[in-house]
Design a protein around this ligand. Structure first.
Ligand code: GRF
Length: 204
């Protein structure tokens, strides 16, 4: 990837939480066919206690713990990402807004997943249980997931995939989260793969 170099793409996953999506994506690219295309080579986290770091260790993926000051006011760790030859970035439960330095260094190469049907229930502070509680409180009959490219605003870039599920009458944020996670695990790894294939085909 990059400059027409035909090699296996290095993927960095940015995550702040448990890392169930990160785990599925790592495993996806460990399969014989997908391993020819890409590999998760770095987990980036702003939380040194995040569950995702344990998953990285299990899969022998390198980790990078980032600090606020450098992320937002320095170069956004672009130098470190380049040192790791990162080609593509996947946000999977990453709570900080991605700074322009990274977006400019990785145009069209950063994906995010949001646990609702954007443009509704997105924006600053809308993550995890807060999103599901808002969906339930609004009496929505369906919710779902949105996978989108990342730009400089929260939950705003071009949508590449949405998938829906039913909101049941007695749903709690936890029971709805379970259904949403199922959809995320089903679609996110494949969507990362499809985006990589498109970039390769475009020769960028
Ligand atoms: C997911 O629901 C994702 O949509 C949101 O954060 C959650 C991360 O879950 N952005 P996990 O850490 O991958 O289990």
């Amino acid at each position: 990837m990059g400059n027409g170099i035909a090699r296996i793409a290095n993927i960095a996953i940015f995550a702040s939480g448990a890392g169930s999506n990160a785990s599925k994506i790592i495993e996806h690219f460990e399969q014989p066919e997908q391993s020819k295309l890409g590999k998760v080579t770095l987990i980036v986290s702003n939380k040194s206690s995040a569950g995702v770091l344990g998953i990285a260790t299990q899969h022998q993926v390198q980790t990078l713990i980032i600090e606020k000051e450098k992320f937002f006011r320095g170069d956004g760790y672009v130098h470190e990402l380049q040192e790791h030859y990162i080609d593509f970035i996947v946000l999977a439960g990453f709570l900080w807004k991605v700074p322009a330095t990274i977006i400019n260094a990785y145009p069209g190469r950063i994906l995010n997943i949001h646990p609702a049907l954007l443009p509704k229930y997105g924006g600053k502070g809308m993550y995890g249980g807060v999103v599901h509680a808002a969906v339930i409180a609004a009496g929505e009959k369906e919710s779902g997931i949105t996978i989108h490219l990342v730009d400089e605003q929260y939950d705003n870039g071009d949508i590449v995939l949405q998938a829906k599920c039913i909101v049941q009458e007695h749903d709690t944020p936890d029971s709805l989260a379970e259904r949403i996670h199922f959809l995320e695990h089903l679609h996110y790894p494949k969507e990362v793969e499809d985006c990589l294939r498109k970039l390769l085909k475009a020769g960028v």
